[in-house]
Design a protein around this ligand. Structure first.
Ligand code: E4P
Length: 219
């Protein structure tokens, strides 16, 4: 399973990349706004830190505009940048054209299995269903991942399912059990997934015993 960071904060990306397990990064216009930095400059820096796919989102809403922005971003930014487009009729058309040009895409803002399968048919490299935003409406976001993975079992498209809008570690555990290919999550969730009190307690205990071994001259 691929673990992506969902942030445009390069310090967080450096921190998690240093663990050796970072497979990619997703950004969106809201995350770029939060960074307070120049869009292309921050994506360039992210692409230097992480060699995996870095999603940069188009902001046009018409097909020609999305294709124009996508091609320009591919030309101006490092080769591991992929183009994020919204799941609209215009976005699917743009995905088809970008795919035909050999440009990888991440179709975003997916809230139904039918949207996911349509984006896959358009040639998307990744589809991004938003789990947390569905939970926010009082429905079960993980049920969407289950529906999409069931459809993927039937039809086996080559498109990867990228669970997005992840809000807590249990979302990631459920994604693992359902076989989602990728999850993108904030740095806080990476830390929560790795931390375990018994690991910390075990290290303390081993360190104390090792100090006794050293004190006895047996190290
Ligand atoms: C990732 O590609 C999405 O933009 C992101 O996961 C959305 O998360 P949010 O619902 O927490 O904004």
């Amino acid at each position: 399973m691929e673990f992506f960071l969902d942030t445009a904060d390069v310090d967080e990306i450096r921190e998690i990349a240093a663990w050796g397990i970072l497979d990619g990064v997703t950004t969106n216009p809201s995350l770029i706004k939060k960074s307070g930095r120049d869009f292309k400059q921050v994506v360039r820096e992210i692409a230097e830190i992480c060699s995996g796919p870095i999603s940069a989102e188009v902001t046009a809403i018409d097909t020609a505009g999305m294709v124009e922005q996508g091609v320009a971003l591919k030309n101006e930014l490092p080769p591991n940048v992929i183009i994020k487009v919204p799941c609209t009729p215009e976005g699917l058309a743009a995905t088809k054209i970008l795919t035909e040009k050999g440009i990888d895409t991440n179709v975003t803002l997916i809230f139904s299995a039918s949207q996911a399968l349509m984006a896959a048919k358009a040639g998307a490299t990744y589809v991004s269903p938003f789990v947390g935003r569905i939970d926010d409406t009082g429905h079960d976001g993980m049920e969407l991942i289950a529906q999409i993975m069931a459809a993927w079992d039937h039809y086996q498209p080559s498109t990867k399912v990228l669970a997005a809008s992840i809000r807590h570690p249990t979302h990631v555990l459920q994604c693992m059990q359902l076989g989602a290919h990728t999850a993108t999550m904030p740095a806080k969730i990476f830390r929560q997934l790795l931390q375990h009190p018994l690991t910390d307690k075990g290290i303390d205990s081993f360190m104390k015993d090792w100090a006794d071994v050293e004190a006895a001259g047996n190290a």
